[in-house]
Design a protein around this ligand. Structure first.
Ligand code: ZN
Length: 445
């Protein structure tokens, strides 16, 4: 009976991919930059270098080695430690070990490090196209680190759930370009591998969690820096009205970094903008009065029929949630605004405040996404997450207790984390059937 059960469990793992735990994604790196040259070095583990994806050029590249990649009309020119291999249409650096970190130094752009594989081709004769082929959850931890600040793991857990939900809904966003996501805000920021254990912890705690609507479908999960005290309806910012993206009161966004802003604009510039761009008659006293005294005790979508989102773009404002007054001395128009971002969905700073007040993870998500709930993927076992969380919490505490004691990368929290992850990945498929072997989970350093 027991064998049959474990067989069924193994078959389940074989036939159904672990959607939120094992899938890989392809992310275009430095997608917002022109990359004329890339120098790759190796921070941890070994890599094999391939022309295309199967013709091995050099194996076991590691510490002390460097790869130079240059674009050309015919493809990518490849050199390893100054030895020139030639020009290839595409080259792949494939991670050999579980714990592998690449250090990327593009010409003229700040250095970054990533885990996983790297696929490089020529974008055109002068620029490279760099793709990181990486484990989905590793990518998510990097996104969380790039997208939100804070100290408490629940903040990162919420961001990870939102980012996972977004990513699973948008896997095909760059399908035509041959990858899943770019690393810029167009998709989600992914500016480095995750280097903080608390962010890794929060991401891991959210494993298998997504946000769904009443019908169990993944929702669209927009977020912004700060709502200014009230979130916006989706149809007031974009075209579609969605039942879970409703305007809600959000006092949690008060008194944070991005709660308020002011912008001064010359009166003529402000009035002429509405006259020229939107054909309003600014000689009409009523029109003038509205344009110079517009108030928003609650968020509105328009000013005299003009979409506030358009005004925000044209004047590069932090938000559409502003009131207008006139400076009595200079005569300039003063915009007093609240919040930062489009205002739809979750306010990140509101979330940071709510977490600090001890409000639960589920309640925060339900506060910002009306009527939505958290779905937990049954295939990501609680035991797996629990063990990981226990181990990584221990690592964080050890590191705090012994600051500065780290001798090499293999000994720091990341090296330990890799060992935990590696061991658990191997144990995972036997999860339920091996309950009596609890001691197997103990990690030996
Ligand atoms: Zn994109």
């Amino acid at each position: 009976m027991k064998n049959l059960r474990s067989l069924i469990i193994i078959l389940l793992f074989v036939t159904i991919p672990l959607v939120s735990n094992a899938e890989r994604v392809k992310v275009r790196l430095f997608s917002n930059n022109n990359i004329e040259a890339l120098y790759v070095s190796f921070d941890l583990g070994l890599y094999d270098l391939y022309a295309g994806d199967s013709s091995l050029l050099e194996s076991s590249l590691g510490e002390g080695m460097s790869v130079e990649l240059l674009p050309s009309v015919a493809g990518v020119k490849v050199s390893v430690n100054n030895y020139e291999y030639g020009v290839f249409k595409e080259v792949t650096l494939r991670a050999v070990d579980t714990a592998c970190i690449l250090c990327l130094n593009p010409k003229g752009v700040k250095q970054r490090t990533y885990e996983g594989n790297l696929v490089v081709s020529a974008f055109d004769a002068k620029n490279l196209r760099i793709i990181n082929d990486v484990d989905f959850e590793t990518y998510l931890a990097g996104v969380v680190q790039s997208e939100i600040y804070g100290q408490q793991s629940d903040i990162f857990r919420i961001q990870a759930t939102i980012s996972r939900t977004w990513a699973l809904r948008n896997m095909g966003k760059h399908k035509a370009d041959g990858f899943n996501f770019c690393d810029y805000v167009h998709c989600q920021a992914y500016q480095n591998r995750c280097i903080r254990p608390d962010i890794m912890l929060g991401t891991m705690q959210s494993s298998g969690e997504t946000i769904v609507d009443a019908d169990g479908k993944l929702i669209d999960t927009p977020f912004h820096s700060n709502s200014g005290g009230e979130t916006a309806n989706s149809e007031d910012v974009w075209r579609t009205a969605l039942p879970y993206l409703r305007s809600v009161q959000d006092t949690f966004s008060f008194r944070m970094r991005q709660s308020d802003w002011t912008k001064v604009i010359p009166k003529d510039k402000w009035l002429n903008y509405f006259a020229k761009t939107h054909k309003l008659n600014i000689q009409d006293p009523e029109v003038r009065e509205t344009l110079l005294g517009f108030q928003q005790p609650h968020r509105q979508a328009k000013i005299l029929g003009v979409q506030l989102t358009r005004v925000r773009t044209d004047f590069k404002l932090k938000s559409t949630f502003f009131s207008v007054s006139t400076d009595s001395k200079t005569g300039d128009v003063v915009l007093n605004g609240h919040g930062y971002g489009h205002g739809v969905g979750l306010s990140q700073e509101g979330t940071i405040r709510m977490v600090s007040l001890g409000i639960s993870y589920d309640s925060i998500i339900r506060h910002y996404y009306t009527g939505a709930s958290i779905h937990r993927d049954e295939q990501v076992s609680e035991r797996y997450v629990e063990h990981f969380v226990t181990e990584i919490t221990k690592i964080i505490e050890e590191d705090k207790a012994n600051p500065g004691k780290v001798k090499s990368k293999k000994d720091d929290w990341l090296g330990k984390l890799f060992r935990v992850r590696d061991r658990m990945d191997r144990e995972e498929e036997f999860d339920e059937s091996k309950q009596e072997m609890e001691s197997d989970w103990k990690i030996e350093w």
